[in-house]
Design a protein around this ligand. Structure first.
Ligand code: SF4
Ligand code: SF4
Length: 407
């Protein structure tokens, strides 16, 4: 038995079938049917390991309906890594049957090439400018920028910086939320941190989540090589999903260079609080704000106190906690497109929890969550900006806040 198979078997054997995961799995709570809970996915992974399944449509449907939110992992008395089992099961399906045609085109022919992503963003921006909406799912599309962030905005050259960091912008800041990128540059410069923007590619999370290990590894190798060459103290990101993925490169590639790379990756909020101890701003931001914990930041990286410390350090800002702040918003990358109705149902609960706070704005640390919550608020006719935490800090340092709903 290979090491990988042994690791899968070990996780499967840990499951006592207690069913505690039923209390927290957002998918199960909406579907209320056993195949949609973590416990069933563990058993299905076990059957796949024993070659007792034929990777049918039903098998893939159940595995693909997992948000990888890790709520079950955090709640499981035996610490079963359901997320890892689901990823392994998806990879096995791809190994046996290959990728579906559309996924193959997106992952192999577009995601791996920056110039093709640039072109796609341009085409989508042009489509959006027409005002035509072909399907309701188009409302989930963010407002694409015609020029990518890294081509438009450049870090200032500081005289005597305390640290040098490479900013991994992620695709969402690159093509959609330029305001987050500007805030990150501004906040780091205000704290005397030199930012560099080396050549970089998608972190590979969409490929890994789709079971396409080959693309995930190819992108990881390129990022490790390019950002290592930059010779920086830290690698910073504003995206919870990118951060978790970059921190996992060491394990994904299994070499010293990748492990070293992963060791210096930090979420921007963690960096501001622990690594540099950010300068407390003096401008008031008179807002009542609630905070949504992205799954990939809280459970993926253990970062949840840091964004709150930043918000607490902003004069005039009041933080009101929403109920279930760390419950998944239902975004999970492409999940919102592939499981639109289910994703909207999960989102509804998040929107109700936000509404109940009476806050004036929502802060979060993941652009995918931001996009999803913006859509949910708009659907519910709630006029409330959703921003990245650093945008509020940047505003308290004096930069204006640019907010716009995505749909
Ligand atoms: S995954 Fe954990 S919580 Fe769920 S049934 Fe197994 S042991 Fe219980
Ligand atoms: S990761 Fe989230 S969606 Fe997937 S089984 Fe666990 S709780 Fe359910």
């Amino acid at each position: 038995m290979s090491n990988e198979a042994k690791a899968v078997k070990d996780q499967v054997n840990r499951c006592s079938k207690c069913g505690s995961c039923r209390e927290v799995c957002p998918v199960f709570i909406e579907m209320n049917s056993e195949p949609w809970v973590a416990r069933a996915r563990v058993q299905l992974a076990s059957a796949a390991l024993e070659h007792q399944v034929d990777f049918s449509h039903r098998y893939k449907e159940i595995m693909e309906s997992c948000l990888l939110c890790k709520a079950c992992v955090a709640h499981c008395p035996n610490g079963v890594r359901v997320d890892k089992l689901v990823l392994w099961a998806r990879q096995e399906a791809v190994k046996r049957q290959g990728l579906a045609f559309i996924k193959k085109v997106l992952l192999h022919n577009i995601l791996r090439y920056n110039y093709r992503l640039d072109l796609m963003a341009k085409i989508l921006a042009a489509y959006q400018a027409t005002g035509i909406r072909l399907t309701p799912k188009d409302n989930l599309l963010p407002h694409f920028r015609t020029v990518p962030f890294r081509r438009l905005w450049h870090p200032k050259k500081l005289k005597k910086p305390s640290l040098v960091v490479a900013y991994f912008t992620g695709c969402m800041t690159q093509y959609v939320y330029h305001q987050t990128g500007r805030a990150v540059l501004h906040v780091l410069e205000e704290n005397n941190v030199q930012v560099v923007l080396p050549e970089q590619w998608c972190c590979g999370m969409p490929a890994l989540a789709a079971g396409d290990l080959q693309t995930a590894r190819a992108l990881a190798e390129r990022n490790v090589e390019s950002l290592t060459k930059a010779g920086v103290d830290y690698i910073i990101t504003d995206c919870a999903s990118c951060g978790e993925m970059l921190k996992g490169y060491g394990q994904l590639l299994g070499n010293d260079m990748a492990r070293k790379f992963s060791g210096i990756v930090q979420d921007v909020s963690f960096f501001l609080v622990h690594t540099i101890g950010f300068r407390h701003p003096d401008k008031k931001v008179p807002l009542v704000v609630t905070y949504h914990d992205p799954c990939h930041l809280k459970r993926g990286q253990g970062t949840w106190a840091e964004p709150r410390k930043i918000l607490a350090g902003i004069p005039g800002l009041t933080l009101v906690e929403m109920a279930e702040s760390d419950r998944c918003c239902g975004s999970a990358g492409s999940f919102g497109f592939t499981h639109y109705d289910l994703s909207m149902k999960i989102l509804q609960r998040k929107v109700e929890n936000i509404r109940a706070t009476g806050a004036q704005a929502v802060a979060t640390g993941c652009p995918s969550c931001r996009l999803q919550i913006e859509c949910g608020l708009k659907k519910a006719d709630i006029s409330m900006p959703v921003v990245h935490t650093v945008e509020l800090l940047s505003r308290a340092y004096g930069l204006g806040m640019e907010g716009e709903a995505a749909c």
